[in-house]
Design a protein around this ligand. Structure first.
Ligand SMILES: [Zn+2]
Length: 498
């Protein structure tokens, strides 16, 4: 039995400064073939699930087509997307397959507000109408309803922070294999809501998403239901398919799939206001912890979180922390500035110089912070295998890095931009949470997967940035204007769903 495996993971922030092309993928993952994935065997990732599946199902052999993953940035360029799509279709045509497994994000918008996932699936189905296709999606997918029919079976993450990628992929593989054997006949439905949700309060550990996901798990126990996934969507992706939805697969019962999807979507709709919580600024957060007795405390700038398309360059949080002239030891993670890293490495440890911090890529979010800094640590190659619960065992690389000190604050500067949600990043750069009292970090919820038990408090803040909390002010072109919250009077009518 032959399985074709493909991966395209990109969460597009259409308001980012850049576009996503092959060079951006090259900084994440841009590979083909088994040799490129064999070291992910024990990782808590989708590909880790594929490798485990192959080990336990020796009658199956897999061919790994393109495997592409980028740190969230702008829309995928037309040229890059066309090349990926055409290569995938050619790969499928070049062999005979019993099933495909696709690891997709679901918010990989292509220039012009197009859904990469929808167009990929349409392109495959045009030539292979009956091929069993199993897909795993991120919880922040923006899914077109048509996808439920294009795909044989799909499921998405049930956790945020995401720590169940491997489990979800294993479930998809199990179901697509059952389909290929003729044991089940999955039938899907996606019920879309006219709703853009911020993810700041979308954790499944607490708050409204926990309630919705728990409800979906209960409903999933209904006989005939194979999977129910609630998708919060990704609001910074300006796509005609943006927005929250519920996707249900049943065993050959279309009416049941729609009924359950409407039911769970209605639950999400009823709680939508609870996702919109006020976030303080960094200055306000610093004032609120002035008399704190328990440390360390993290202040997470959601607006420049690389996991949401942040550029790791906005200066306002760093400025607020430096202006506060803290008497406590603190760290700031992080800035992407390859030239500053190189300057530090040339100058050496102990060197002092006047530096421009942040505001390098654009002045949109404020001017650079100018301060004298001292080089305190240098890392030739900040690479490691993830040590935390998210993507455990997967490789991360930030290139050469440097740590500079300004007053009581150590500032980490890196060459390659990725999220800084894994403990390995702090270990390699010498940031010891038992020695600092405050961490300013460009991060959001995924940071909590590894660190909610390390910090006495993690405070989400909003600053100017490409993933600013109040997305209603962004110049959307493709998201329908009747969506909540841009239209506070938006309505969701289950009767409209057919
Ligand atoms: Zn996500």
């Amino acid at each position: 039995m032959k399985l074709g495996v493909f991966k395209l993971v990109h969460e597009a922030n259409s308001f980012a400064l850049d576009r996503c092309d092959q060079n951006m993928f090259a900084e994440g993952q841009w590979t083909r073939g088994y040799g490129a994935v064999k070291n992910e065997e024990n990782s808590n990732t989708e590909l880790g699930a594929v490798l485990a599946f192959l080990e336990n199902h020796t009658e199956w052999e897999a061919t790994f087509f393109r495997l592409a993953s980028a740190s969230p940035c702008g829309d995928i360029t037309n040229a890059c997307f066309s090349a990926v799509r055409d290569e995938l279709v050619a790969d499928i045509k070049a062999g005979a397959w019993d099933a495909l497994y696709l690891c997709l994000h679901g918010a990989a918008t292509v220039e012009g507000g197009r859904s990469a996932e929808l167009e990929l699936l349409r392109a495959i189905r045009a030539d292979f109408p009956d091929l069993p296709i199993g897909v795993s999606f991120d919880m922040h997918a923006n899914l077109a309803p048509e996808i439920a029919q294009l795909v044989t079976i799909a499921a998405g993450y049930k956790t945020h922070p995401h720590i169940d990628m491997r489990n979800v992929a294993a479930k998809v593989l199990r179901l697509v294999v059952s389909t290929a054997r003729g044991d089940i006949r999955p039938t899907g439905a996606i019920v879309k809501l006219p709703l853009l949700l911020p993810s700041a309060n979308m954790r499944t550990t607490d708050g409204p998403m926990r309630e919705v996901v728990s409800y979906a798990a209960l409903v999933e126990q209904q006989e005939g239901a194979l999977d129910i996934t609630v998708y919060g969507g990704f609001p910074y992706s300006d796509c005609t398919m943006s927005g929250a939805c519920c996707m249900v697969y049943t065993d050959n019962d279309t009416a049941l799939a729609y009924r359950l999807a409407r039911d769970v979507a209605g639950k999400l709709w009823s709680l939508k206001e609870q996702f919109f919580v006020p976030l303080p600024s960094t200055r306000e957060a610093l004032q609120s912890i002035a008399n704190a007795t328990r440390y360390p405390i993290a202040i997470a700038d959601n607006a420049d979180n690389p996991g949401s398309g942040g550029i790791a360059d906005t200066p306002s949080q760093l400025r607020a922390i430096l202006d506060a002239e803290l008497a406590i030891p603190a760290a700031f993670c992080f800035l992407v500035d390859p030239e500053l890293v190189e300057r530090c490495h040339k100058a050496g440890i102990g060197a002092r110089f006047q530096a421009r911090l942040g505001g390098r890529l654009t002045s949109l979010y404020g001017p650079p912070v100018e301060r004298e800094v001292e080089v305190v640590r240098l890392v030739e190659d900040c690479s490691f295998k993830n040590e935390g619960p998210q993507d455990t065992g997967a490789s991360s690389s930030y290139g050469p890095t440097a740590v500079v000190k300004c007053g009581n604050i150590e500032i980490v500067v890196v060459t390659i931009r990725h999220s800084v949600s894994d403990p390995g990043f702090y270990r390699v750069n010498g940031i010891d949470f038992s020695k600092i009292r405050l961490l300013g970090v460009k991060a959001k919820n995924h940071f909590r997967a590894a660190f909610s038990s390390v910090f006495a408090e993690i405070i989400a803040v909003d600053e100017p940035g490409p993933a600013a909390y109040d997305f209603t002010t962004l110049p959307f072109t493709h998201v329908p204007d009747h969506f909540y919250p841009m239209n506070p009077g938006a309505t969701f009518s289950v009767e409209k769903v057919t």
